[in-house]
Design a protein around this ligand. Structure first.
Ligand SMILES: Cc1cc2nc3c(=O)[nH]c(=O)nc-3n(C[C@H](O)[C@H](O)[C@H](O)COP(=O)(O)OP(=O)(O)OC[C@H]3O[C@@H](n4cnc5c(N)ncnc54)[C@H](O)[C@@H]3O)c2cc1C
Length: 382
């Protein structure tokens, strides 16, 4: 196992200070290791996640070589030539587990933002004090965007949030963490070959969830109540002005509708499983409040916005992979983890084999199956 940094590098180096998992502690499990602390319903800090993964590296006895950066993988003979900072390796098979979130995904028009406005991505952001005083525009209302908008607003700054397509979820439903429902109802186990629109499922933004000791819901209504101004999707920059789409009402109704459908699915499942008495009564949540007149423009030269936080998603980096298996969007082409090149496999990507694939609790089932395929490949090839 080659790791360019240290074990749990992304949790050590690429997360902001206040980040906690949005998955509850009881859901943090790796093969042979599970959370056994006093707070199963709590959410780990990034430091605790690092310790958890470090412990797993020890318990599993994984042969990790840290500080070894892989700079090239190319097809050679009956396998792959791997160039790494430690030297050359020839491998019959390679498993790409380099992560789905190596780089921030930032729209091209960020180049046209006036230089007087600071720009930061989740990789560079640590805490509110690091940004210049004044207003902040957070772009993107998925898990990262809503968490950072709330933190910045709490620090006393005026915060504007640009909202595109998003996934709204309550933190708890009928007395349980919403991820309990996802997992126990079997939804998170849905396989990649059963998902209706796999390409879309793989691109779905992360849900609006935050892990706090209060188990609070952090949806757009909660942010509006804190004084965060909501705007539509950021479409372009023209002459120093940021231009936003209208139609927030439609964007909000779609997210509300999808949440309602999901909760209906949970209710149906609870009924068929006979859990009606055990779970609390079904809940429905007020629709997302639409601002009376959302602004369609912001003058980025006026001084109102001093900093922009790009919470517009992440993407993998395959700059080192010299095998024609990456599509025009920079995503790896694979079938349930078997990459379009013999002996090459992947793990840890969104909906790789199941809806839970990119979460910590998703790796065990995926790894067993993908490594099963790899072992069969080697057996057949002698
Ligand atoms: C902001 C954020 C919040 C998240 N919150 C949760 C959560 O609440 N719960 C949850 O279950 N999951 C969460 N995730 C998903 C997270 O990706 C997984 O928890 C987990 O980190 C995935 O592990 P991984 O090993 O697949 O990828 P990573 O953690 O990204 O690890 C990949 C490793 O590969 C190394 N690497 C990359 N390229 C090379 C190279 N060329 N040579 C050598 N080494 C290389 C990197 O240094 C890194 O250590 C979150 C992700 C992000 C970005």
């Amino acid at each position: 196992m080659l790791e360019r940094g240290e074990v749990a590098n992304s949790w050590r180096r690429e997360r902001w200070d206040s980040l906690r998992l949005l998955t509850p502690n009881w859901q943090s499990r790796l093969p042979g290791l599970r959370y056994e602390g006093p707070d199963p319903d709590g959410y780990m800090t990034a430091g605790e996640v690092t310790e958890f993964i470090e412990r797993f590296a020890k318990v599993s006895g994984a042969p990790v070589r840290t500080g070894v950066n892989v700079t090239s993988v190319r097809r050679a003979g009956d396998g792959y030539q791997v160039t790494a900072s430690g030297g050359e390796i020839h491998a019959r098979t390679v498993v790409i587990a380099s992560g789905a979130c190596n780089e921030p995904s930032v729209p091209r028009f960020s180049d046209a933002v006036p230089a007087s406005v600071a720009q930061v991505t989740p990789f560079g952001y640590r805490d509110p004090a690091q940004l210049p005083d004044g207003g902040v525009l957070v772009v993107g209302a998925s898990a990262t965007g809503v968490q950072l908008a709330a933190e910045l607003r709490r620090s006393g700054r005026p915060v504007t949030l640009s909202v595109g397509e998003h996934v709204r979820l309550p933190r708890t439903y009928r007395g349980r963490d919403v991820l309990w429902w996802m997992e126990t109802s079997g939804l998170w186990d849905q396989r990649y070959d059963e998902v209706e629109d796999l390409t879309r499922a793989r691109r779905l933004p992360s849900p609006q969830l935050v892990g706090t000791p209060e188990r609070a819901t952090l949806d757009l209504n909660a942010l509006s109540a804190m004084g965060v101004e909501l705007l539509g999707r950021w479409a372009a920059v023209r002459d120093g002005r940021a231009l936003f789409s209208g139609g927030l009402r439609n964007v909000f109704s779609l997210a509300d509708l999808k949440m309602e459908r999901l909760l209906d699915t949970f209710d149906e499942w609870a009924k068929t499983e006979g859990l009606e008495a055990e779970a609390g009564p079904p809940e429905r949540f007020v629709p997302t409040r639409v601002p009376e007149s959302a602004r369609l423009q912001l003058d980025l030269r006026s001084g109102e916005i001093r900093a922009i936080v790009w919470a517009t998603g992440f993407r993998p980096d395959y700059g080192w992979l010299h095998v024609p298996a990456v599509d025009a969007k920079g995503q790896l082409r694979h079938q349930g983890g078997a990459v379009d090149s013999p002996g090459l496999y992947a793990l840890g990507l969104p909906v790789l084999r199941r809806r839970k694939s990119s979460f910590i609790c998703g790796i065990e089932d995926d790894a067993r199956e993908v490594i099963g395929q790899l072992a069969r490949f080697l057996a057949v090839r002698g």
